[in-house]
Write a protein that binds this ligand. Structure first.
Ligand code: 4BW
Length: 150
């Protein structure tokens, strides 16, 4: 049943839509790029969160940035995959949310990002909110509102 049959979109809690941390593919700061690329290719995702040794969220890493790093003038410099670490190329300039944020904060974040990471008050990784999960709820809302008007 749609979450928004009884609630407006703005009333839905982030808790109801998030993918919990244990179901999210991730890599760690000190992993070589080789490991990160393996996780990305095997999981099928374009980008995944990066965590430190204590499982605090520190950034994200994607396939494109890794491939750009190993791209030489005429060929891929494959040896860089084992020489370079995730922390050297990851993106740290991205927004995060907490479970206390509203779903509308999530909607704002996923306009520019395919997913947004959730952290707790101490910065520990809590899960992700994806563009897909938010769009699915918005679609249900549109269908329900158009049905009500008939
Ligand atoms: O393996 C997949 N399973 C399913 N069910 N859908 C997938 C899979 N891979 C891609 N998709 C679909 C989703 O609709 O393609 C979209 C874009 O994937 P992306 O970005 O470019 O790899 C997916 O959209 P989404 O569910 O809104 O997810 C947005 C982004 O969130 C993904 C990926 O970077 C990240 N992500 C989602 N689930 C994740 C995850 N990262 C790690 N672990 C997860 N479980």
């Amino acid at each position: 049943m749609s979450l928004i049959k009884d609630k407006q979109l703005a009333d839905i809690s982030i808790n109801e839509l998030l993918i919990p941390s244990e179901k999210v593919a991730h890599v760690q700061l000190n992993n070589p790029l080789e490991h990160a690329l393996l996780v990305l290719v095997k999981s099928g995702y374009s980008a995944v969160p990066v965590l430190d040794a204590k499982y605090k969220f520190v950034g994200i890493i994607g396939k494109t940035v890794i491939l750009n790093q190993i791209l030489g003038l005429e060929s891929f410099e494959i040896e860089k995959l084992s020489e370079m670490k995730v922390k050297e190329v990851m993106n740290t300039e991205i927004p995060t949310l907490t479970r206390e944020n509203s779903i509308l904060d999530g909607l704002n974040a996923v306009i520019d990002h395919p997913f947004v990471c959730l952290v707790d008050q101490e910065g520990y990784f809590d899960g992700i909110l994806t563009r897909r999960s938010i769009l699915k709820e918005i679609k249900k809302n549109i269908y329900i509102n158009s049905y009500k008007k008939q």
